[in-house]
Design a protein around this ligand. Structure first.
Ligand code: ADP
Length: 168
């Protein structure tokens, strides 16, 4: 059984992430989407919220499960019997960092390979941070965020805007 792990912070999950998950689910028997908690900045959504969002948007994919891990990805892959790390590769920004991480993970776990799926053209420049920035200023995000999480996202944005207004 070929199991892949797709790691990230998913704060929040975007249509770019979902596109990678759907394509990976066609390539592997099982895909674990793993929210990595170790090297995080201050997230907009809690770990539980992000896991729930991922579960909601992947409900139609029978071979996809959602998990979280605080530790080294290479170790997680070993524990869960994953043969491959799946990553999305966007225009420009991702390559250097991802290449380095792939080297490190292979050194830590020589049985583990990294597989890069190129981003779909319409998501090439999409990131969770861009979505947060656009959302804060009220942009229409229907092309970028899965519909199942739109209400939750908009509410969180409103809450943040209200908090900022209330500050002296
Ligand atoms: P970000 O916060 O930059 O959106 P994450 O850490 O959540 O990124 O990303 C997890 C994985 O998903 C990484 O491999 C990243 O390259 C990939 N990814 C992120 N956004 C996209 C996208 N729009 N298209 C394809 N892959 C993506």
């Amino acid at each position: 059984m070929k199991i892949a792990v797709y790691p990230g912070s998913f704060d929040p999950v975007t249509n770019g992430h979902l596109n990678i998950i759907e394509r990976a689910s066609r390539l592997f028997d099982q895909v674990i989407v793993c929210v990595m908690v170790n090297c995080e900045k201050k997230p907009l959504f809690s770990l539980e919220e992000r896991k729930n969002q991922l579960r909601r948007v992947t409900r139609h994919l029978a071979n996809v499960t959602v998990d979280a891990y605080d530790g080294l990805l290479a170790e997680y892959a070993r524990e869960r019997g994953c043969c491959t790390i799946v990553k999305g590769l966007r225009a420009g920004s991702d390559f250097e960092k991802e290449f380095q991480m792939a080297m490190v993970n292979r050194k830590l776990n020589p049985d583990l390979d990294s597989l890069f799926l190129t981003a779909e053209h319409q998501y090439m420049y999409l990131s969770s941070s861009a979505v947060k920035e656009m959302g804060y200023y009220g942009a229409d995000l229907s092309d970028f965020l899965p519909s199942q999480i739109m209400d939750e996202f908009e509410e969180r944005m409103k809450k943040i805007a209200n908090m900022k207004e209330a500050q002296p």
